[in-house]
Ligand binder design. Structure first.
Ligand code: PMP
Length: 351
């Protein structure tokens, strides 16, 4: 067994996976207890009366092309949230194993670990600029199964230094998985770490269509990892996880014309990010605007509740982190349309 698979839960390695009905689209299906007719008004391509393909080939291939990796290294799930959950369940024994997170960061890593009964070790991002504490993460990672790193990080917005991520992967080879969540990478202009998978077998990358591709409601996330990890996770993903309506919509909405529109919209978001940063930086209500490589800005306010109210008064909701450790007074503002941004900035200027 490879060193990376030896990190998995032994009972999962031995698990006899659920035997779903074989996916055979051509013979007529009388093997899956489905209805032979579509529901009235069902105009989908495949028919919602049929179970979907478990890992839909066309979708896997589309994601592989989009993220420029081999299809054998791709697992698609219901958002990257599902991939996080699967990783924790496959690698952490309840009450025995744990994960490392680097707060302030995306909240679901901790929740997924807790649901599984795994322990959570926190190695905070550095005081100055929210960079990675590389020696601290390596040290904690040696006593854990998975290290979750988010780059660009939510909610701080900054990329983590690539050399540091690689150093962590190398130091933890055979000891822990390093999961780099690239949910916001498209807004950073940086390449994915996925191209380094050959040299870093314990690396797992997460990508999502929920952000740059405007498909959060479709629930489609992609895990990119060594074939062994992908095959292991396929054993525990719930049967028929991806709805056929999602498959059809995602295939339609990630064609070349839509990708070109997504690219143009990312440019607009980046231009708006720069414009908002400049305006926020000189506002009396604002103490600090953090640099961002994502589609949101973290802003420390002199009086966060007044700024929240100002947003609400013009019909806009921003995310309140003001009571979170290390984020006192901070709000996270997702970059919106130019009109929304202007409305928010104007309201903030009046506070
Ligand atoms: N990772 C990060 C860093 C996120 O911010 C989010 C959503 N806010 C996710 C993963 C989950 O995304 P999804 O499940 O929609 O792919």
């Amino acid at each position: 067994m490879s060193s990376v698979l030896s990190l998995a839960r032994p009972d999962i390695l031995e698990l006899q996976p659920y035997q779903h009905a074989p996916w055979e689209p051509s013979p007529e299906r009388m093997h899956a207890n489905e209805m032979p007719w579509r529901a009235q008004g069902d105009n989908t391509g495949a028919g919602l009366n049929r179970y979907p393909e478990p890992q839909p080939r066309a979708l896997v291939e589309r994601m592989a092309r989009l993220y420029e990796v081999p299809a054998s290294r791709v697992l698609v799930g219901r958002g990257s949230d599902e991939a996080i959950d699967l990783l924790v369940r496959a690698f952490c024994r309840a009450g025995a194993d744990g994960v490392v997170i680097c707060p302030p960061t995306f909240g679901f890593y901790k929740v997924a670990a807790r649901i599984q009964g795994a322990s959570v070790t926190e190695v905070p991002l550095l005081e100055d600029g929210f960079g990675l504490d590389v020696p601290g993460v390596i040290d904690a990672g040696r006593r854990s199964k998975i290290v979750f790193l988010c780059s660009p990080n939510n909610p701080t917005g900054n990329l983590l230094d690539e050399a540091g991520l690689i150093e962590v992967c190398r130091a933890l080879a055979g000891r822990a998985l390093v999961c780099v969540d690239e949910a916001y990478l498209e807004f950073s202009g940086q390449p994915s770490l996925a191209s380094r998978l050959d040299e870093l077998p314990n690396l797992v990358i997460l990508r999502t269509l929920s952000k740059a591709y405007a498909l959060a409601g479709a629930r489609c996330g992609t895990l990119i990892a060594s074939e062994e990890i992908v095959e292991l996770l396929k054993r525990i993903i719930p049967p028929y996880a991806i709805p056929s309506s999602t498959v059809e919509e995602v295939l339609r909405l990630t064609e070349a014309p839509q990708r070109a529109i997504a690219t143009a919209r990312i440019r607009t978001i980046l231009a708006e990010r720069v414009r908002m940063q400049a305006r926020l930086a000189v506002m009396p209500a604002v103490e600090q605007v953090f640099g961002s490589d994502a589609n949101f800005l973290l802003v420390r306010c002199r009086d966060a509740s007044r700024v929240l109210e100002a947003g609400k008064s013009v019909g806009l909701l921003v995310r309140d982190f003001s009571r979170a450790p290390r984020l006192e007074g901070c709000l996270r503002i997702s970059v919106g349309t130019p009109e929304q941004n202007e409305r928010l900035l104007a309201a903030m200027e009046r506070t």
